[in-house]
Write a new protein. Structure first.
Lengths: 126, 126
DNA sequence: ACCGCATATGCGAATAGATGCATATGCAGC
DNA sequence: GCTGCATATGCATCTATTCGCATATGCGGT
């Protein structure tokens, strides 16, 4: 694996896993750091970290260090293939793959972070 | 690999290869047999056969024997995820992944079959 | 320099997918 | 039953991806 540009097949490779789909869906509303994703997806740090690495190799996400956090965002949020595919998924299976639930949880988690961990909350809103 | 129903992730697995994308694009306009696909995609029989097998395992296509031919069609042409994704691909990259060229070649090939190999032409139009 | 938190990497095993080459199978006509 | 055409399968090899477990690295505060 290498790759950095977002190619057609790379997009679909990224889409081949529900957890990655959920991550993309979350990131489309703005950047998040690993700790957010771990909590929202109710997964563990190593797993999420590796998914993000893979997604980065595929050219789908970018990362940026902010203090001790690593903020991830979509590499090209305007890519029409990505946008349309996510929208299509949302339309067809929004609830069944937990897209909607994740978005609701995202709000809850970021709100709590705002209170309990202001520095981290700052990192993703910069 | 097993699977037969068309699940979300299976769809994307099918989409992870340009040749498979081209096959789906061709089948969306109606059934074809292996010999058509081999010619339109300018590939070889074993390769196409294996792609079709994989696509069948993913639940994306169905086959039917007609005399010595094997006719393949989309397992669920009305599946919205499939339809929308193909349309989206068509819109975004129609020429670059040869979707359009393939469709044009499809017409040429089926027309010629009609003349030179009527039995086979009959098989896919039944 | 040390500690704790956030994140990443390494490794070994397991599974999945791709590829090239050879060969088998199914069907129709003779 | 033999032949030819259309299609499928088997096998060995290779690369890609996944998973669990352990451990390393980067950063900020003391």
């Amino acid at each position: 694996m290498h790759m950095q540009r977002m190619e057609i097949v790379q997009v679909y490779k990224c889409f081949c896993d529900v957890q990655r789909l959920r991550i993309l869906n979350l990131l489309k509303d703005g950047p998040l750091c690993v700790c957010h994703l771990v909590e929202i997806l109710d997964s563990d740090q190593v797993k999420i970290s590796k998914q993000l690495r893979y997604m980065k190799e595929l050219g789908m996400v970018e990362d940026e260090r902010v203090a001790q956090w690593k903020v991830y965002r979509l590499a090209d949020a305007t890519n029409p293939l990505l946008q349309k595919n996510l929208k299509c998924l949302q339309d067809c299976y929004g609830e069944s793959i937990e897209f909607n639930k994740d978005i609701r949880k995202r709000s809850a988690v970021t709100a709590r972070m705002q209170r309990e961990n202001a520095a981290c909350a700052q990192a993703i809103s910069a």
